[in-house]
Design a protein around this ligand. Structure first.
Ligand SMILES: [Zn+2]
Length: 290
């Protein structure tokens, strides 16, 4: 390959592929790249599972992600991510893009991902989440072009890690060692810590399980957005005094929107509200009013 990067970089990149695969950070997908030390180029494998990558698989791409030399087979579909990081971050010498499973929940739940022990500090204190849908609408979530990749790198900012909603993450390091180190410690530690987190939050989980959701309040709030209200009518009460069953209707705009039964009037109304909410759908009264 012409304009060859130093042999040490080639060796290190092959090794980085194997380490990241061995550590479970990269599976059959995901990729790692390294910046050429003297040219506006970066080195990355052709499309191949990282576990199998050899020196002969590497190709040199320009900062638009176009192949300049090296292996002539197909490039990874998401080389635009790497190109954009090198274009926008002169301080970065290596990039890992992974779909590491343990980071996925932090990209979709709104729970911030934070380092909680010293080896994890390399991932950075603040980790942002980039959602491709914000600017580009509904896609298959893959980042294929420069505009999308630039937007992703803008969310990365000067940091080491950015999460991608429903997809994975990008880790940027000063060199291969730093990027691999951060990518490994981003992934590691979640499994042993998960039971401790569940135990710590157990009280709140129990609370959520044992406390009835207030359907009446939810329905009232939904209707209020379209200037409407709900009233409840008792339709029936039957059975002996110690074992009564009440039936109530939630009435919206003079029509029965839901009917519910329960051992008390309050329970029957809650169930009627729940049925009304289900009928109104996720947009609730707002959609129904249009
Ligand atoms: Zn990806």
């Amino acid at each position: 390959m012409s304009g060859l990067p130093p042999p040490q970089l080639v060796d290190d990149l092959v090794l980085a592929n194997h380490i990241l695969s061995n550590e479970g950070v990269l599976d059959a997908f995901g990729h790692v790249s390294a910046r050429h030390p003297t040219a506006d180029r970066f080195l990355i494998s052709r499309t191949r599972a990282p576990e199998l990558v050899e020196a002969g698989d590497l190709q040199l791409l320009d900062l638009k992600g176009a192949r300049v030399s090296g292996n002539e087979q197909r490039s990874y579909e998401e080389v635009a991510i790497h190109a954009a990081v090198y274009r926008n971050r002169p301080d970065v010498g290596a990039v890992v893009h992974s779909h590491a499973p343990s980071v996925i929940p932090f990209g979709v739940t709104g729970v911030p991902l934070r380092p909680i022990y010293h080896m994890g500090s390399v991932i950075g204190h603040e980790i942002t989440v980039w959602d491709i849908a914000t600017l580009f609408g509904e896609t298959d979530l893959l980042v294929r072009d420069a505009t999308q990749a630039d937007s992703l790198v803008a969310a990365l900012g000067p940091r080491t890690v950015v999460l991608m909603r429903g997809h994975g993450c990008v880790v940027a390091g000063a060199d291969l060692r730093a990027a691999v180190f951060a990518a490994v410690y981003l992934e590691h530690g979640f499994e042993p810590i998960a039971p401790a987190i569940v135990a710590a939050f157990n009280g709140r989980i129990e609370f959520a399980l044992n406390n009835q959701v207030d359907h009446k309040t939810e329905l009232q709030e939904q209707l209020a957005r379209s200037g409407r209200s709900v009233s409840y009518t008792l339709l029936n009460a039957e059975g002996p005094p110690h074992d009564r069953t009440f039936t109530s209707a939630a009435v919206i705009d003079g029509e029965e929107a839901g009917v519910g039964r329960g051992p008390s009037k309050k329970d029957a109304e809650q169930n009627a509200a729940r049925e009304a909410l289900a009928r109104l759908g996720p947009a609730g009264g707002v959609r129904a009013a249009r």
